[in-house]
Design a protein around this ligand. Structure first.
Ligand SMILES: C[S@@+](CC[C@H](N)C(=O)[O-])C[C@H]1O[C@@H](n2cnc3c(N)ncnc32)[C@H](O)[C@@H]1O
Length: 323
């Protein structure tokens, strides 16, 4: 083992937990709770131990009509391409682990017709790779711009797309999850009801609302519609990217999106992996929530920018460098 590798192997470190010593990858940068690796994720995934990762949380390149700068696959190729990665995801997830997949939608080139690739992929993952659909989520971004312009703003024959589907998949029907960790503040009317009490009665729908309804559970159970705008226009990440002349990543998910699933599906010290890390939103959320993390991104410029997210965090070797 080289000395740079030896330095990484700390008791409980994410690398030590999921790789054999002789296959340790060299990180691009490291923080207290995790590491970012600059590489195609497939060869790295192949080296990760079986049943070792608690949560895979990712937003892969989508099958878009117009190719984004980082090279998206067409809808037709997509399922086949993704299966090579998903086979490894299934192998490396713990038995009660979760795989959360955020997917944008796509129009067929030249037509006002939507691709059904997200649904084809879901069916393939469940029927062929034997994942379970623990729950479907919908990630609603109210500030999404209208597109494709041809159908939405020029011909005005479609409305704007503002929802990504999110498939929460698992290896068995009972993945680790606790909705008490992601409660929302009560609405004003619920707060009033808790204060004034509730008279048990049968609803017009036939639901029997019992006295338990007025029990204070410290917050409301969230729905599977996640309304999260990407409103980080003032963030340290964007400010520092601009200052250093780096283009921010064009398809980041909001930090609250990552925070929601990490809190819901993992405990402290569990391992969170993002194999298509982009600006490393997942790693950043995991670092703050004290989860061990590993993020893999093929483009160096995206990882270089992602370091700005961690500016206020203590990095793993900071004390050694300044000593
Ligand atoms: C939709 S973006 C992820 C954005 C991320 N969730 C964020 O919040 O910044 C998908 C990323 O996958 C990366 N990517 C594509 N193919 C890859 C591969 N084979 N291995 C690693 N990363 C890859 C792209 O460069 C891109 O940054």
């Amino acid at each position: 083992m080289t000395s740079s590798k030896k330095k990484l192997v700390r008791e409980g470190d994410s690398l030590q937990k999921i790789f054999e010593y002789n296959t340790l990858p060299i990180p691009y940068y490291s923080m207290n709770n995790g590491h970012a690796i600059c590489s195609d994720s497939l060869p790295i995934l192949k080296k990760i131990k079986d049943n070792s990762v608690n949560l895979i949380l990712t937003s892969p390149p989508f099958a878009l009509t117009r190719k984004k700068e980082y090279g998206n696959k067409s809808a037709e190729e997509y399922v086949e391409w993704f299966t090579t990665f998903a086979t490894e995801f299934k192998r490396i997830l713990t038995e009660n682990g979760s795989f959360v997949l955020d997917l944008g939608s796509a129009y067929l080139p030249g037509f006002p017709i939507k691709s059904i690739y997200q649904y084809e992929l879901l069916i393939h993952l469940c029927n062929k790779l034997n994942f379970y659909l623990a729950q479907d989520f919908f990630h609603y971004n109210p500030s999404r711009l209208p597109s494709p312009a041809e159908w939405v703003t020029v011909r005005r024959i479609r409305v704007k797309d503002s929802v990504n589907v999110v498939w929460w998949l698992s290896k068995n029907p009972h993945p680790k999850a606790d909705n008490k960790k992601i409660l929302k503040p009560y609405s004003a009317s619920m707060k009033l009801l808790l204060k004034n009490g509730y008279k048990a009665k049968l609803r017009p729908s036939g639901h029997d609302i019992s006295q338990n309804f007025s029990k204070n559970n410290n917050g409301a159970i969230p729905p599977n519609l996640l309304e999260l705008a990407n409103t980080e226009s003032n963030s340290q990440y964007l400010r520092l990217c601009k200052k250093h002349g780096l283009k921010p990543h064009p398809a980041r998910f909001p930090k609250d999106f990552a925070t929601f699933f990490i809190n819901f599906l993992t405990d402290e010290d569990d391992i969170v992996l993002d194999p298509f890390a982009g600006s490393n939103t997942t790693g950043y959320a995991a670092e703050i929530l004290n989860r061990k993390w590993l993020s893999i991104e093929i483009r160096k410029d995206y990882l270089e920018g992602s370091k700005f997210r961690f500016k206020d965090q203590q990095d793993l070797f900071a004390s050694k460098r300044s000593a």
